[in-house]
Design a protein around this ligand. Structure first.
Ligand code: SF4
Length: 379
């Protein structure tokens, strides 16, 4: 059962709605609760990108009321580069979560340092927080976002943040959506909340646009929750690869579309074709299967081109001459016009570069300065 609640940003109102939804799905948190929020934003962080403190404050109010004695908020560092890192303490400060250090009932747990359990599926070994086995309940607190690689980033995708850095990088290098589904088969949240009071539409999870949806969703099964939201943003859940894979693994069942017609869809810009970021009308950036480390290096290097001495070069490159396609990740099966210039960044795009006789900055991960220097030559 998926509960859909409408709410403003008011903490008391949100807490009332959360409480109602917990009653409707018969969720009792017990004495100790583990919460996995979504803290994926790099400065400047937007409300659509990260779990907000106002939503978490409201959830904590409810948990207190339900006699919860210990709340563990667990997160790992974000993927970065040698010259741009996002350790746990930084993301906790940047997201405003450091205020929870003052609350004795709350532990902010750095998952990079926390004890891990291991689960092997096929050739992949998932390293998950051992803490999950010690608590009475696990709340998977996700955001409502589109995702350029995985189409959606709701409850199933949010679980990736539980894993070790090596796991996360290897998931991107291998079959990301299949591995998200497999992770869902070994880690089962007690309850999932997908918060879209402000969500992110378009090229999420980082390059989209914040969108006030004023809704959040609560349910016990990830496949069901994510399927309902997919339908509501006008997307067939059967066509979301990780949901279909998760269903095949028995994680949950995608509801029948006819049964979902009782819900009112809401407007959420979602364009299946847009998997790139466009700069001017000649430069296209394709993150394809890239992990956040190459994305970070490229994003940060790109900021350099906003400087007055570089902006003219970017303008000329973006509006004149050949199309340029900047590729991070494997880049397959992208089809570029024959006369375009292909610029590959990161070792993952090495094969594509070889096939297309293109240049490649073969580093894993490249640093921001290396990408900056490389792009200055290539654009
Ligand atoms: S080359 Fe880039 S995208 Fe590929 S694994 Fe390394 S850092 Fe990630």
């Amino acid at each position: 059962m998926v509960i859909i609640k409408k709410s403003s940003k008011d903490i008391l109102e949100i807490s009332k709605r959360i409480e109602e939804s917990f009653m409707e799905v018969s969720f009792k948190p017990g004495r100790t609760v583990f919460i996995k929020p979504n803290l994926s934003g790099r400065q400047p962080i937007t409300e659509g990108e990260n779990t907000t403190t106002y939503f978490l404050d409201a959830l904590i109010l409810v948990l207190n009321k339900m006699n919860c004695e210990k709340i563990i908020i667990g997160h790992s560092s974000l993927l970065g580069t040698k010259d741009r890192s996002y350790p746990f303490e930084k993301i906790i400060n940047d997201s405003g979560f450091s205020k929870y250090y003052k609350n004795k009932k709350i532990d902010l747990l750095n998952l990079d340092k926390a004890k891990k359990g291991k689960a092997e599926i096929g050739k992949f070994i998932f390293e998950t927080p051992a803490k999950l086995k010690e608590v009475d309940s696990y709340i998977n607190l996700a955001k409502l976002k589109t995702h350029m690689e995985t189409t959606i980033s709701f409850s199933m995708k949010n679980q990736m943040g539980l894993l070790s850095e090596t796991n996360r990088v290897n998931m991107h290098r291998n079959n990301l959506e299949e591995l998200i589904a497999k992770l869902g088969s070994i880690v089962t949240p007690t309850i999932n909340i997908v918060e879209g009071i402000v969500g992110m539409e378009g090229n999420g999870p980082h390059h989209g646009v914040d969108k006030e949806v004023d809704l959040f969703f609560v349910g016990k099964n990830m496949v069901e929750v994510d399927s309902v939201i997919s339908y509501l943003i006008d997307l067939n859940p059967n066509e979301v690869t990780h949901l279909a894979e998760a269903q095949a693994l028995g994680v949950g069942k995608i509801p029948n579309i006819d049964g979902l017609k009782k819900y009112d869809k809401f407007k959420f810009e979602f364009n299946k074709a847009v998997k790139f970021k466009k700069i001017g009308n000649k430069i296209f950036v394709w993150p394809t299967t890239s992990c956040s480390r190459c994305i970070t290096a490229l994003n940060e290097a790109g900021k350099e081109f906003r400087r007055p001495n570089k902006i003219f070069k970017l303008f000329i490159s973006g509006f004149f001459g050949k199309e340029k396609h900047i590729i991070i990740g494997k880049g397959l099966p992208l089809k570029m016009p024959d006369n375009s210039k292909i610029i590959c960044i990161g070792s993952c795009s090495g094969d594509l570069a070889r096939k297309k006789s293109a240049d490649c900055l073969k580093k894993c991960p490249p640093t921001v300065s290396e990408v900056k220097e490389y792009l200055t030559k290539q654009l």
